[in-house]
Every structure is written in C-alpha cells, then in structure tokens.
Design a protein around this ligand. Structure first.
Ligand SMILES: [Cu+2]
Length: 290
C-alpha cells in the first residue's frame, strides 16, 4: 500500500480492480454441502448471502419456484414467483418453498450463473445444500395475496445526493476504489442529512464491474432503477442494491433514529477495504434545538 495525495492507493496484481478474494467452498450455516430432512409441505426460508465477495443466483435443482415474500428488511406487499433469487454480499430474501409432490426426492438449493452479459452472470456456480423430502404431512399454511408490508415514505421530487462508484488512481501511483472520486477517509464527511427529513439519493456505478452498494442508518425504498420502476421484488425496503456497470438506482428514506456518523460502501469487502466507502453524518434537526 502506498500513499498518494492523501488518498489510499495500491499497486500489484491484486490492486483494484483485480482484488477479488474468493474461497473454494461455500458453507451453509457453517457446514459444507449439508442436507436437511423436510416433510412434503411448505417451508419459509431466510436466505442471507454472508460471503464477502461472491454473488449467488439461488434456486432449486428441480426448477421448483421460490415464492419471495420479503427482502431482508421486511415483507413485500405481494408475493413474487421467482425462478432464481440473485443475492450479492449482505443481500437477503425471505422465500417460501413448497415441497408438496416431491415426497421421496432430493432437491438441491443451488446457485447457477446467468449467461454472459445477462443479469446474474457474476453469480457463482455452487451446489449449496440438499433438502431430503419425506412424507406428505398436514399443512394448514396458506399464503395471502396481500401481505402486511411496511409503509413506504413519500418520495421527494429532487435528488439531494449522488454517490458515484468507480476505480480511481493511475499506473504510477496505484489504483483504488472510490466513491465520488475519493478513497475512504474516516475524517471526511461527504454529506449531512438532517434527522427527521426524507432524502432521495442517486447511486451510480461508473465502473465496468458490478457492485453491491450498502447504506447504513436506515431502511430505504427503491424509487427508480435505470429511470424505471424497480422490479416487484425490489418494491419493499432494502439496504443493499446490485448495480451493474453503468446502472443508476435512486432510493429514499427518512432519517428517523440517530444522529452521528454512518457509512455508505460497496459490500464486496475487498472493494470496501480498498477505498470504496464514504461517511455521512446525520445531524440534529435545527427546528428541535432550543
Ligand atoms: Cu464493489
């Protein structure tokens, strides 16, 4: 690591943008390729991608759909039928799997990357775990058409902050990942939202690889993805978004709990550790001061 103009920079073969560190095996709940005996009924699964760099496109080996009922931050208004759920580092999904008619069979939860160039091409190929489906059993569960999803904030007309994610630096001094042209500096405050207000932010990936942008402090609604309404599974609350090269996502939230310093960063941890993080401070609402 070398210093350059106050910004962090790295040289060598593992300098950004080639700083991916990935393992060879994918454990699930601490075990490699585990299995779970299940009855031929419905199960609710909470999926969390806890890898520090890899993305997974999660589905079931027999093509059985996943019914997504929530994000990591709460329920969706309506269940969404998914063939695969793409989760980058820190992303979560709440899904229902129905094993009716699979009695006596083994079903593998796996990750299969999409075709090159398609969404999810960055996902890893892996057999994650196996469900060993036993006998039919009574299943009184049912899935309502409408779910008690959290209320979403009213979206402000204007964007109050744009965050651009990109590599920076040059050959002689090394490269680093940046937010708005800077590597992370704990002493630099890039934005000061006021407690109690709703802000609309724009997240922009100017680089030529996918990033997973994570915002601390609040739960956000996704307003636009590339100028259009987000897909149905992105219409709940989120705190981490996939941004493919060139993508722009707009999000909105109310700062309602705490003042103080918070982070926005890429949740691919090699990127974060190599500079792709910035600080914003939630400041007190002036109107509440005496
Ligand atoms: Cu990244």
């Amino acid at each position: 690591m070398v210093g350059h103009g106050g910004a962090m920079a790295w040289v060598g073969p593992h300098a950004p943008p080639n700083d991916a560190t990935v393992g060879t095996h994918v454990p699930v709940n601490g075990r490699h390729a585990p299995y779970l005996p299940v009855s031929a009924t419905r199960y609710r699964l909470r999926l969390l991608n806890a890898s520090h760099f890899s993305a997974y496109s999660i589905g079931l080996s027999d093509g059985r759909p996943l019914l997504q009922i929530g994000t990591g931050n709460g329920l969706l208004r309506k269940p969404v039928v998914r063939d695969r759920v793409l989760l980058g580092p820190a992303q979560r999904a709440d899904v229902i799997v129905d094993f009716h008619d699979a009695s006596g069979r083994d079903v593998v939860l796996d990750s299969v990357p999409a075709e090159p160039g398609a969404t999810g091409a960055d996902a890893r190929r892996a057999a994650l775990m196996q469900f060993r489906v036993g006998a039919d059993a009574a299943d009184p569960s049912r899935l309502p058409a409408r779910l008690p999803a959290p209320q979403l904030v009213k979206v402000p007309a204007t964007v109050s902050k744009t965050w651009t994610f990109d590599p920076d630096g040059h050959e002689e001094h090394g490269t680093f990942w940046s937010v708005n042209g800077h590597a992370y500096d704990p002493d630099r405050i890039d934005h000061r939202p006021r407690l109690g207000t709703v802000e609309r932010w724009r997240l922009r990936n100017a680089s030529d690889m996918t990033h997973y942008v994570h915002i601390h402090a609040e739960q956000w609604r996704t307003v636009l993805r590339d100028g259009k309404a987000p897909p149905p599974w992105e219409q709940g609350l989120e705190d981490t978004w996939r941004l493919e090269p060139g993508e722009v996502v707009e999000v909105a939230a109310r700062f309602e709990d705490f003042t103080g310093p918070f982070m926005i960063h890429c949740h691919m941890l090699d990127h974060e550790d190599h500079g792709m993080m910035a600080r914003f401070d939630v400041v007190p609402d002036r109107r509440q001061r005496r």
